[in-house]
Write a protein that binds this ligand. Structure first.
Ligand code: WT7
Length: 672
């Protein structure tokens, strides 16, 4: 075991003193109860929410994780009815939080900021829910959302939940092709977007991308009926004297289909009776990459997700009523769903919603914002931390960060060097760091330490959250007890675990439950050390994690081979100092193909257009042949070694032609 496992940092007394869970033994006691008596553990939590039809405690939860016993399912609080927006808004207003700030909105430009109270948020949500209704949106309909980090994004999500529509956010960094593929898959009738957004000094024309996506859908026979567009550009400050007017005037609107938010929302009524939803009615879907290339529409349902997002938020961030919490994740990812919207609002929290980037107008924007709003919990990704630690310490220490108590990390393993920088410089050795391991599929945190309960080890996600039972399996599916390394799986559900893949339950069963019968399989590897700490070692399938964006090798490969010059492609992850991993692509040319600057440029643009800028390859290598087994399977293990120029490739005897390996080591890759 590497020496870093012996580095232990104890939570600061000031954090421990006020924590909900303030000792290891208290955690253990609560954890035990959550597994032995889930009805009582989750039932207690459920009591703080409003149920139109009460919970039936005899039928609290049921599940099957074993395909040989029948279809996989996982149901919580079946029979109860509720409405999420009612619990997040009306309930909080009734409890006296009407004038409490739900969100401080901080724009890309520091001159742009605003705030929204719970009462006002409720009114805006009702208004937009009424607009959606007036456009024919009904319970169960899908609404596709392609939004920047603006208040209307949150309002749109909650308006969907008000009327029982299923929201499907598509991260506004996806290309029009990727967007179209997702609209088609969920058959969205309505799209909600904004004209555009500034990210640093870059302008993203979101509506133009929506138009391209809708045109592609129309070609496939699917016509989006309504596209609601927030007029955003004209109300914000553009960087260095760019004329905003010119930008908005350019936004083309298609009559009957496209409507401006500002033309319809202000006159809509501020009250909208909530649609009472069954506990197991769909709440939202969110796409995540699948190892076959086609995105998977992960589906979450109503009651279980609410309980889980609320509970993880409360305990993992140790949120107290006067705190100001800030999660930097985009609402287009699950982190944004659970920890920008649902978890915080369920706890009547005050959050910061930030539109910009860590680097604009300066590389200390994060710390300026922490200081400005007196942030107490800050939640970001290792890739951001690694990018920021390159700059002078002065950029951090010149700001007053003394309000911070909990620092969170999410999206990929955090390397101890970045952990220590975060802990020492940002946290002044006074904050607890929570390294939260989870997935789009898990709905909320599943492995983490709690701020006041356990000592931290840099790089380890720690322990299971309440109700979660992790198991490490070896290749043969045998459980590894105590110390050891293997596949990370879970032997039972918790309320927030996804229920199915939208429209494809077979793929759900196959992807997550077929490799090890009886277990939910994460696709990650993990090891347990002598103290019981869990260390997530990364994906064990053909997935890549670039700056916390998960994508499959297959999806990038299929896009590369669309180019007429490319016959075959194999993509592997190469370690990258800031992004964590980057894309290293091996391409075999067709007879017509020529490995030159033109080709490389075209491939780069093509990947950006087909998937999105975050999927752009860093390295491309000309591979006259790829290392394959006799049955034709590409041996990625070997390609990963070539990518880092490590000649320690191990056994190559199963290769059809082992001279290929030498050839690839001898030729040079191109960094693009
Ligand atoms: C994959 C899930 C969870 C929200 C953001 C990503 C990796 C995530 C950690 C962590 C090590 C992590 C895993 C996981 N991952 N958090 N704290 N330590 N790895 O959601 O896009 O569904 O990706 O991200 O590989 O399976 P996602």
């Amino acid at each position: 075991m590497p020496s870093e496992e012996s580095h232990i940092f104890h939570p600061h007394q000031a954090v421990v003193k006020q924590a909900y869970v303030s000792s290891l033994s208290q955690y253990q006691e609560m954890y035990k109860k959550s597994l032995e008596n889930p009805e009582e553990f989750w039932g207690e939590i459920a009591k703080q929410f409003y149920w139109e039809t009460p919970i039936d405690y005899k039928n609290f939860f049921r599940f099957n994780f074993d395909l040989s016993k029948g279809p996989i399912f996982n149901k919580w609080l079946d029979g109860a009815t509720t409405n999420i927006s009612y619990n997040l808004l009306d309930r909080n207003v009734r409890n006296g939080y009407g004038d409490k700030v739900a969100y401080y909105w901080e724009g890309n430009h520091p001159d742009d900021y605003s705030r929204l109270t719970y009462k006002k948020l409720l009114e805006e949500v009702c208004r937009f829910a009424n607009v959606l209704k007036s456009r024919g949106v009904q319970k169960g309909d899908r609404v596709a959302i392609y939004m920047p980090m603006i208040l209307e994004g949150v309002i749109t999500l909650l308006a969907c939940t008000r009327i029982g529509a299923i929201h499907s956010l598509i991260f506004a960094g996806f290309s029009s092709d990727s967007f179209a593929e997702r609209i088609l898959d969920c058959e969205a009738r309505v799209i909600v977007t904004a004209d555009g957004v500034w990210r640093g000094e870059k302008l993203l024309q979101l509506k133009t991308i929506c138009d391209q996506a809708m045109a592609k859908c129309a070609k496939e026979g699917h016509n989006v009926e309504t596209c609601v567009v927030v007029s955003h550009l004209e109300r914000v400050t553009s960087p260095k004297g760019v004329s905003q007017q010119r930008q908005t005037n350019r936004t083309p609107m298609t009559e009957d289909r496209d409507i401006w938010w500002q033309d319809v929302v202000p006159q809509a009524s501020t009250s909208c009776y909530p649609e009472w939803m069954q506990a197991e009615d769909p709440l939202f879907m969110l796409y995540t990459s699948g190892s076959t290339g086609k995105p998977k529409g992960v589906l979450h349902t109503t009651a279980g997700y609410l309980l889980y997002a609320a509970t993880t938020f409360k305990y993992v961030f140790d949120y107290k009523p006067n705190d100001v919490y800030w999660c930097t994740a985009d609402i287009g990812w699950i982190t944004g769903h659970s920890y920008v919207v649902y978890g915080p609002l369920a706890n009547a929290a005050t959050s910061v919603l930030f539109e910009g980037t860590p680097f604009y107008p300066d590389n200390d924007r994060f710390w300026t914002v922490v200081d400005k709003y007196k942030v107490t919990q800050f939640y970001t990704a290792p890739t951001a931390i690694r990018a920021l630690m390159k700059f002078d310490d002065h950029l951090v220490v010149r700001h007053d960060l003394s309000t911070l108590r909990v620092l969170g990390s999410v999206g990929e393993p955090i390397n101890p060097e970045a952990w220590l920088w975060y802990y020492k410089l940002v946290g002044r050795e006074k904050c607890s760091i929570v390294d939260t391991f989870w997935q789009t599929e898990t709905g909320g945190h599943v492995l983490t330490t709690l701020p006041g309960a356990q000592p931290m080890k840099p790089g380890s996600a720690g322990f299971p959250f309440f109700g979660v039972q992790p198991v490490i399996l070896d290749e043969n599916g045998k459980e590894i007890k105590g110390e050891g390394e293997g596949y990370l799986v879970f032997s039972r559900p918790w309320p927030g675990l996804m229920r199915t893949l939208y429209g494809n339950h077979d793929r759900y069963e196959l992807t997550y439950f077929s490799k090890f019968p009886g277990y939910y399989c994460t696709g990650d590897g993990a090891k347990r050390d002598a103290d019981g700490y869990l260390w997530v070692t990364g994906r064990v399938d053909d997935m890549l994690n670039v700056s916390g964006h998960l994508m499959s090798t297959a999806e990038v490969e299929s896009v590369l081979t669309e180019h007429p010059g490319v016959a075959e492609a194999a993509v592997v992850a190469k370690p990258h100092p800031v992004k964590g991993e980057c894309l290293y692509c091996f391409i075999t040319l067709t007879e017509a193909g020529k490995f030159d600057d033109k080709l490389l440029k075209e491939l780069k643009t093509h990947v950006r257009e087909r998937i999105g800028p975050f999927a752009q390859p860093d390295v491309i290598q000309n591979a006259p042949a790829l290392p394959k087994t006799r049955s034709g399977k590409i041996m990625r293990r070997i390609l990963r070694k070539i990518a880092v120029n490590d000649r320690n490739v191990g056994d190559v005897s199963t290769l059809a032609d082992s001279s290929v390996v030498e050839q690839l080591f001898a030729s040079r890759p191109v960094n693009i």
